[in-house]
Design a binder for this molecule. Structure first.
Ligand SMILES: [Zn+2]
Length: 101
């Protein structure tokens, strides 16, 4: 479904075709395997996102904010058809965040 909906890489200004499907919030960090937490990336940006100090966050409307190692922030719109997280998903995310602190 992600490959069908996301023709192009989700990183701002990248015009490459989607090659890999990424958990926006990494699975290892509690990210769910849902459409709202999935995005299509090109191979190099998927690797880039895994490097230190790169970060991608999703707000309540599904808009993604990419933060670079220098602290610059860039917005990436939600992919078509991606429903924003439900109230329950947001509540569970907050509980997970609290449990990690
Ligand atoms: Zn890319």
């Amino acid at each position: 479904m992600v490959r069908a909906a996301d023709d192009y890489c989700a990183r701002p200004w990248c015009e490459c075709r989607t090659r890999e499907i990424d958990h926006v919030t990494p699975y290892a960090a509690g990210g769910a395997t849902t459409r709202a937490n999935a995005q299509g990336l090109c191979r190099s940006d998927n690797l880039l996102k895994q490097t230190r100090r790169w970060r991608v966050d999703t707000d309540h409307d599904g808009v993604r904010m990419w933060t670079t190692p220098t602290g610059h922030k860039y917005v990436s719109p939600p992919p078509p058809g991606a429903a924003p997280p439900s109230v329950l998903e947001n509540h569970l995310r907050r509980l997970l965040e609290v449990s990690r602190t």
